[in-house]
Design a binder for this molecule. Sequence first.
Ligand code: GTP
Ligand code: MG
Length: 729
Amino acid sequence: MWRTSVAAALVLERLCRPQRIGVFGHRGVGKTTLLTMLYREAVGGRLAQLRLAAADARTAEYLSDKILQLETGRALPGTLAETDLRFHLYHGGSRIELLVRDYQGEHVELGREEPIRDFLRDCDAVWLCLDGGGLSRPADCLRRQQEVEQIVEDYLATEPSRGLHRPMALVLTKADLLNQELRTSSQESDEGPKWLEQLGMTRHALRSHCPSNGFFAVSALGAPPLGDGAPALAPMKLRDPLEWLVGALEAQDEARVEWLWHNAGRQGRLLEKAVACFGRRYPDAAAAKRFRQRLVDEKRGRRRRRVLFGAGIAAGLLATLWGYDLYGYQRVSRFGAEHEDDPAIVAENWRSYQSWHPTRHVFWGDTERHEGDRLRDLDALARDRERNHQLAALRQRAADVDADPEEVWQQFHAFHAAFAEAELPDEMASLHDRVEVRRERQIAERARRAYDELRAADGQMPDLPALIESADRFLRDYPTSDLAEEVRRRRDACLARLEDRDLEQARAYSARQPLNFQTRRELYQRYLDRHPDGTLRKEAEEALRVIEADWDKNDFRAVRDHFVARPGDLGELNNRAQHYLGVHPHGKFAHAAQELLRWSEKAASPSEYKVVLKSGAFDRKIAFWLSRGPDLSVEIEVAGVRYGPSQVIKNQYSPEWDYEFPRPVKWKRGDPVRIRVYDHDYWKRKVVEIASDDDDPLAMRLLSGETWSGANLVTFESNFALPVLPTIE
Ligand SMILES: Nc1nc2c(ncn2[C@@H]2O[C@H](COP(=O)(O)OP(=O)(O)OP(=O)(O)O)[C@@H](O)[C@H]2O)c(=O)[nH]1
Ligand SMILES: [Mg+2]
């Protein structure tokens, strides 16, 4: 199949392409001269009913050169390069595109395998040229025929399809050179012209293998070229091979179309193409008309077959559907008859039939309305059946003294909800009463049991929360019980006890651990959380307020006491102040604590202070013996830097300097301070020296207020001051 379609494509391609004409012949046989003269004669209208036109400029130029040479009596030089020549061959209404290749004859000699051979093998028709002048040389004659034999063998080996024969004609060139005997006796006989007898080998090959054959003796020039001026070109019999070519090609094309019809008749497109090609090439040919008509007929036939086939399929399909629906209907009807006592399952079966047979109304079965009525009836029957069934079961359960009335009651309600439309018989009412009475009795029993458990649990050391929860559950489950009031009273009492117990715990702890403020507060808070509406709520809230205040005072007292005792211990003071602020960010003493931290921070880094030396009061012993009084001045030294001395106040034991040290004093925590008092009576001498302790972090205090050294007092004023912490009531 695949092979046929490849062969069909090849045949179509050969049919539609320009027809390749092979001009086979050895060197000097006269190929170029023959082609040139054929063109010259046919284009000039000297070959009756035939016309050969150059199809492209290249061909026209190639041939015009040659014509000029021949017309001036010059012999053509041997061909060197291969040249494709394209022609249009006209005969009657036919127009055939031809492709001929001119080449060097040497390339087809025996034993040569040149590219031209591929072209020749692929040709649609061939002229096998043999030299008329060579017939008289038997050795040449044999050799040339052997060359022809080779090419014929080639063709036979590469024949595209069996049944398609390539047209081949023997063209004897230079017939003017035939000797008198061969020429004169060349009348047609049964075996053909006389000269053909000399070419028996070729004649036999063509007659054996080429049904479409021909034998022609032609002369392109009419006489050997003289080479001295312009001889009269007198070509002979050039029309014959050309006319044969037209007929052979047409017959071959017709055979090709027939072959395609026979071997690729189902490929409509391919046939259309082939017929179109043929029709274009031979528009007047009877075969063209016949092919076209055949194409139309076949198309019509194909369409009719397709319609019939489609109709057959549709009919088959309809018949199948009809049978399928009929079978389904019979099955479901039979099922209904067999299961009359179970309408629910019959209805389900009908529904399944409906979904599996959507075309049932088209071919078979009941109308849609009829089906709907039947299903409604079946559903109603099924529902009645189900109701009766459930009612019977309910009656049975209600009559069963061991049955749980609560459960029966639930079932009764479920039944009532499912079959609300059902008129309940009187019996149902009595069933309801029976179940109701039993149910209420059971509830009362359960309530009594729950109450007994509650009372038993309310003993000497009851678990009050659990007891309250049980009471709540009772009140939820049995709100209408006679015992509900009693349970409610017990629950309230438990609650009061629980409240009192929780608060008592907080009270006792506060008394036992007055300084564990956190836990004290938690216990009171827990009471408030557990009893948000508790009767002792006010007491708990008041207790929380007191705890907060006590806690605040207690933590600040720790700060203050340490400050009073050791104001210079800034590290510990900072810790305590920060702890206070952490626990009581909004405490009563928060501001004082923050001030203390700020002061401490300032003291920790170098700051400048204004210092004024105010006055002094000195022991009389400091003056010289005969002096009228000391002449005193004061110098201070802070962190190794000296300030002053002040002016000298003469002859005074209680001098009033009121001297402000001109440079501000630079001090930071830990810097030492020295105060030196000089007497300038007679000469300057130090009479008093006061130095801060080595480990005094706040030595700056010496320069703020009164500073004593034995009986001697020096008073300063400065903007360095210790903070004043509030007192705690
Ligand atoms: N007497 C005579 N001589 C011819 C005729 N045709 C060709 N010749 C001569 O034969 C010789 C060869 O002709 P070409 O046409 O060149 O032959 P060819 O087959 O093309 O040769 P290559 O191109 O070499 O293969 C030339 O000298 C021609 O003049 C003819 O009809 N009669
Ligand atoms: Mg040539």
